[in-house]
Design a protein around this ligand. Structure first.
Ligand code: SF4
Length: 265
């Protein structure tokens, strides 16, 4: 694993979805096989295998403190090219220090993670009152599959337990089910387990643009060869039909479990 320390020139990046994104790190030690960043980091000149390196923006809090007084107040999303709670956050606390500044200025924040390390910042989350949402990504409830697909992330049990604690603490919580992975993502079970733990569930399907698909294809070939041919049929032959059925299922389950849903595909 390679660790580098870098200096950020700026830290609040305009998002095409509105608001800003904030990446305290570049790279992610969770190493999800389907992570779309595997392709993106090549574009920005990083050659290491995804999951094997992390760049730490030591000066991120300092840069944020300056930018926050110059920019318009809008929601800040953590993160797009890292997980803000990847394991080294425990040691370097860059996410925590940035959150302290955002809380001080009462900027709205949304966090998405796959790590229960997020619980260490509960004291800061409470300072945002209603201006913070904390979400967990869940793709599968199956232990073996999760360890293959998301090897460095917290176990599903830990993620669910963390959501429960965050909700109990009075915070706004959500789950992101994305990418939905046929044969791994059991929507009915996921709705059931998330009941009373989240305020909303977001859904997205798999982006199979050439480079985005390569990591998952490799993992399927190695660990689930029988499923690989089914994926090819679903995503490259019957995608529209599959997505329409999925939408119906999600809408039905959302009403059945009384959890608001947001479908982004
Ligand atoms: S946690 Fe997110 S950023 Fe990290 S490897 Fe997984 S998908 Fe990529």
């Amino acid at each position: 694993m390679k660790i580098r320390f870098i200096k950020a020139k700026s830290i609040l990046t305009r998002s095409k979805f509105g608001g800003y994104t904030l990446n305290p790190y570049i790279g992610c030690l969770h190493g999800c096989v389907y992570c779309y960043n595997q392709h993106f980091i090549k574009k920005i000149g990083r050659e290491e295998k995804w999951g094997n390196f992390l760049e730490i923006k030591l000066n991120a809090p300092e840069v944020l403190e300056k930018e926050i007084t110059e920019k318009e107040k809008e929601e800040v999303f953590f993160s797009t090219i890292t997980d803000p709670y990847n394991p080294l956050e425990k040691q370097y606390q860059i996410t925590r220090e940035c959150l302290k500044i955002l809380a001080k200025y009462q900027w709205p924040v949304s966090i998405l993670t796959k790590s229960d390390l997020v619980l260490k910042d509960l004291d800061i989350f409470k300072k945002f009152y209603s201006f913070i949402k904390i979400g967990f990504t869940i793709t599968t409830l199956n232990k073996r599959s999760q360890m293959i697909l998301e090897p460095g992330a917290s176990s599903i049990e830990k993620r669910i337990e963390a959501l429960k604690k965050l909700k109990k603490a009075g915070l706004s919580t959500y789950a992101f089910i994305g990418p939905i992975l046929p044969y791994f993502t059991n929507l009915k079970q996921i709705f059931g387990i998330l009941k009373n733990k989240v305020d909303r569930i977001w859904f997205d399907t798999l982006n199979t643009k050439k480079e985005n698909w390569q990591g998952l294809e490799k993992a399927l070939k190695l660990h689930f060869p029988k499923i690989l041919s089914e994926y090819k049929k679903i995503f490259f032959e019957n995608r529209r039909k599959y997505e329409n059925q999925l939408k119906e299922e999600i809408e039905f389950l959302g009403k059945y479990f009384k959890i608001p849903v947001k479908i982004t595909f």
